[in-house]
Structures are given as structure tokens and as C-alpha cells.
Design a protein around this ligand. Structure first.
Ligand SMILES: [Zn+2]
Length: 127
């Protein structure tokens, strides 16, 4: 994986939450995305070593019905993200309403979702 060119971080020196320029760094990690590198704060010019971790997005299967057809696709979520029935999601170039969720637990954080169902409420016309 290629390291990003900028990262939004809290500066350890001036405390500002700003996009820091990545001077050098690498991305690693199996279960989470770990960035290790050197960044520069645009406010105070302080250069600092940082290690950030964020959970890897997970892919949730989604079956979308449209007229008589249904199509299998998938959506990426961060594991802590909650999804609710009735919610409208952007899927490729369409809006999809979540109509049902199959999940392993009662609450539905994305990593408990086995499969979701949706229907297209509006096809985007702008190309
Ligand atoms: Zn700073």
C-alpha cells in the first residue's frame, strides 16, 4: 500500500487539527491500517513522528432490487459504523434504501451484518 500524501492529525505542538503533509511514511497492518511516518504541521511547521491506526473497512454483501431484477453488490463500511433499515445509502450512481438487514446480533454495527437488502429509490440522472 502507498502512504497518503497528507493526513488529518492533531498537531502535538500547537494542538491544531489540520491536514499534515506526509514527509515520509509507510502503511502496514493486517487487521487494521497502520501508518508510520514523519509529518509536518502546516500551522507551526513542527515535524513529528506519528503512528496512526484505523480499522480496515469491511465489505458487506448487499442485494439490491430494482423492478423485477435483483443484483448482488457489496458496500464498504468501517467496522463501527451502524446501519439501520430505512437508511438511504449511495451505491455507485444510485440511492438505495436499506429494506432489511441480516445480522449476527441485535444491534447492527457493520461487522455483524451478514447480508443487507435494499431497493433503488432514485436513479441518479446526472452522468
Ligand atoms: Zn502545529
Amino acid at each position: 500500500m502507498v502512504a497518503p500524501s497528507a493526513l488529518v492529525l492533531t498537531c502535538a505542538h500547537c494542538g491544531e487539527v489540520v491536514p499534515h503533509r506526509v514527509l515520509r511514511g509507510k502503511i502496514a497492518g493486517k487487521d487494521e491500517i497502520v501508518f508510520e511516518g514523519v509529518v509536518r504541521c502546516p500551522r507551526c511547521d513542527a515535524v513529528s513522528n506519528v503512528v496512526t491506526r484505523e480499522p480496515k473497512p469491511i465489505s458487506v454483501p448487499l442485494i439490491v432490487s430494482w423492478l423485477e431484477r435483483s443484483e448482488r453488490t457489496s458496500l464498504e463500511f468501517s467496522p463501527e459504523e451502524d446501519v439501520t433499515v430505512g437508511e438511504e445509502l449511495d451505491v455507485a450512481d444510485t440511492k438505495v434504501e436499506v429494506t432489511a438487514i441480516e445480522s449476527a446480533g441485535r444491534r447492527v454495527p457493520a461487522d455483524d451484518i451478514v447480508r443487507m437488502y435494499g431497493r433503488i429509490v432514485r436513479e441518479r440522472t446526472s452522468r
